[in-house]
Design a protein around this ligand. Structure first.
Ligand code: KIV
Length: 274
């Protein structure tokens, strides 16, 4: 298998991720929603780019992911796919694009693959959505599942606090993980659950788990790009590590530009044409 400078295959596939789990090599996943940032993410060696419906929050400024539509997801996915040379691009299926009927779910998954160029789709839920996962997988479309804190159900949960702390919910989550694996999912995101439970789920599955707020024992990790780059103000959950403060850097640069315009120190002679 040919590799690039980051020791990744020329193209990451679902098979690559399966192999990484088997070999104990952690999977790095990040979100992206536009061409420019997706290019940086791909070139930095990220294995999977998730075009998350978190675009609803970080791109569109909504409180929740509920307002996201298929047209929004197709647009963001098209932008990311144009940038991704190596990473596997997974597109989120937005709220109500897969819950009504399996037929509608398959048509929408098909749009994300055919119209937007995604390599796989992700949807939220366990045993209740297993038949839908099976239908999509049977059509040749790889599906990533998502358990634990599933943001599309926020109005059912009521809060964004850690899920499955109680025995009963932990048992249900373990069963849901088995159900999505049996339905053919190639991977599962575990969001905001106790680290011990994530470890147990990871050990119990053949497919890779990707954690966010689920401890170090998942097969991989995912963060929302804008959060880890420090582009968001005021979002500081315990699980988030901010790798940069780009928001602050942007603010300083823009303030300096405004000052330069006001004082007529921009543009200079060198920045002007004769
Ligand atoms: O939409 C998203 O960004 C996600 C991740 C938080 C896993 O689903």
């Amino acid at each position: 298998m040919s590799t690039n400078t980051h020791d990744r295959p020329a193209k990451v596939t679902t098979k690559t991720l399966q192999l990484m789990k088997q070999e104990g090599r952690p999977i790095a996943m990040l979100t992206a929603y536009d061409f420019t940032l997706a290019k940086w993410v791909d070139q930095a060696g990220v294995d999977v780019i998730l075009v998350g419906d978190s675009a609803s929050n970080v791109m569109a400024g909504h409180e929740t992911t509920i307002p996201m539509t298929m047209d929004h997801m197709v647009y963001h996915t098209q932008c990311v796919v144009r940038a991704a040379e190596t990473a596997l691009v997974v597109a989120d299926m937005p709220f109500m694009s897969y819950q009504v009927t399996a037929r509608q779910a398959l048509q929408n998954a098909g749009r994300l693959m055919k119209e937007a160029g995604a390599h796989a789709v992700k949807l939220e839920g366990g045993a209740p959505v297993a038949p839908i996962i099976r239908r999509i997988v049977d059509a040749g479309i790889p599906v990533m599942a998502h358990l634990g804190l599933t943001p599309q159900s926020i109005f059912q949960f009521g809060t964004y606090t850690v899920r499955a702390k109680e025995e009963a919910e932990a048992e249900k989550l373990l069963a849901d993980a088995q159900a999505v694996q049996e339905a053919g999912a190639f991977s599962v995101v575990l969001e905001k659950i106790p680290a011990g439970l994530a470890k147990k789920v990871t050990a119990s599955l053949e497919i890779p788990t990707i954690g966010i707020g689920a401890g170090v024992d998942c097969d991989g990790q995912v963060l929302v790009l804008h959060d880890m780059l420090g582009l968001n103000k005021g979002f500081e959950p315990r699980f988030l590590r901010r790798y940069a403060e780009l928001g602050q850097t942007a603010n300083e640069a823009i303030s300096q530009y405004v000052a330069d315009v006001r004082t007529k120190t921009f543009p200079s002679k060198d920045e002007s044409y004769e």
